[in-house]
Write a protein that binds this ligand. Structure first.
Ligand SMILES: [Zn+2]
Length: 64
């Protein structure tokens, strides 16, 4: 099940396999199913991914 995350009044759904975030739970589920089955992401799905705003607590987010 995609992880749910609230940030800045918005709700994000995170694919637990690849970590991409989506605004639609259905997209996150589709991503997770694809990632689990094929051990990689589908560009058709990840193009809908959004960036989660950083929290204001100063937690570092690793880029790369
Ligand atoms: Zn994924």
């Amino acid at each position: 099940m995609p992880r749910e995350l609230r940030r800045s009044g918005l709700r994000y759904y995170i694919c637990e396999v690849c970590g991409f975030a989506y605004l639609e739970r259905a997209q996150a589920r589709a991503c997770e199913e694809f990632c689990t089955r094929y051990h990689g992401c589908s560009i058709d799905i990840t193009q809908h991914a959004v960036e989660v705003p950083k929290s204001r607590r100063g937690r570092r987010v690793k880029h790369g």
